[in-house]
Design a protein around this ligand. Structure first.
Ligand code: CIR
Length: 264
């Protein structure tokens, strides 16, 4: 039985030239398109190294944030959900993924109310946590919960700390009983019963990491976080994420991942 972080398939989308105009919560230096492309390429290579068969979609110039494919959809073994991204400039990204998902999943369902971003959805062995954020509202979270529960999944809504983009900007699954989390969310009762590794304060951007099979992709700008995970026994793959971090993004955002039983 595959664990929640066992994957053999992924979808990514190449960054567009427009990516430099992607959404960001705070003013600051604009990201450089060439470096974003390089960071993305290294990420795709890391997914392939981890054993995933990666489908690469073409860039979408009309949607600067479309390379962050995690937000408009949610995928599992055997089923995909088209979400309703909460940022107006990103809402139609779900439609842009529909045909690709229909070609790969026997069942594709659509969220039909409110707003929800994939970055707010953390799958743990026990349940699916749905962060309530400026992108995922109560109507979206509750419609998503109904949909997932009808598919036999347990869900729980989670209030996220003010001033953070997504639930997964603040935490990541490390293994079946361990979470990596920022100080801001580490003590949340949603993690009760799990071990929580707290990201050093100056490395908040490293809280969004990605466990894939036997390894974890971690923001190389978080060396202490990489050490913390390595000491916990994690096989850490540090990846440069400096430019994508300027767009409030991390390593989970750039792919949709699942286990396809029909693939070797
Ligand atoms: C946005 O604000 O929507 C993008 N600039 C970043 C999206 C990051 N996605 C994620 O954490 N899942």
């Amino acid at each position: 039985v595959p664990r929640v972080f066992d994957f053999n398939s992924a979808i990514v989308r190449l960054p567009s030239r427009s990516v430099v105009a992607g959404l960001r919560a705070h003013a600051g230096p604009a990201p450089e398109a060439d470096i974003i492309r390089a960071e993305h390429a290294a990420y795709v290579a890391a997914l392939r190294d981890a054993g995933l068969r990666v489908t690469t979609l073409e860039p979408l110039e009309d949607f600067p944030d479309a390379m962050f494919v995690e937000d408009p959809a949610l995928v599992f073994a055997g089923a995909a959900l088209l979400l309703r991204p909460g940022a107006p400039s990103r809402f139609a990204e779900a439609r842009e993924l529909a045909a690709t998902l229909r070609a790969r999943f026997p069942m594709v369902r659509e969220l039909n109310a409110g707003f929800a971003d994939g970055g707010d959805i953390l799958v743990t062995p026990a349940q699916i946590c749905i962060g309530l954020s400026s992108r995922t509202d109560r109507a979206g979270a509750s419609a998503l919960r109904d949909l997932l529960e009808s598919m036999g999944r347990r869900c729980r809504a989670v209030e996220i700390p003010a001033g953070t983009l997504h639930l997964k900007s603040e935490c990541s699954l490390v293994d079946e009983e361990t979470i990596l989390a920022t100080e801001a969310i580490a003590a949340h009762d949603v993690f009760k019963g799990m071990r929580v590794l707290v990201v050093p304060r100056q490395e908040r951007r490293a809280a969004n990491a990605l466990r894939v099979n036997d390894r974890m992709l971690v923001n190389a700008d978080g060396p202490r976080t990489c050490d913390l995970l390595a000491r916990h026994g994690v096989n850490v793959v540090p990846l440069r994420s400096t430019e994508i971090a300027k767009l409030d993004a991390g390593l989970s955002c750039m792919s949709l991942r699942w286990y396809d039983a029909a693939v070797e």
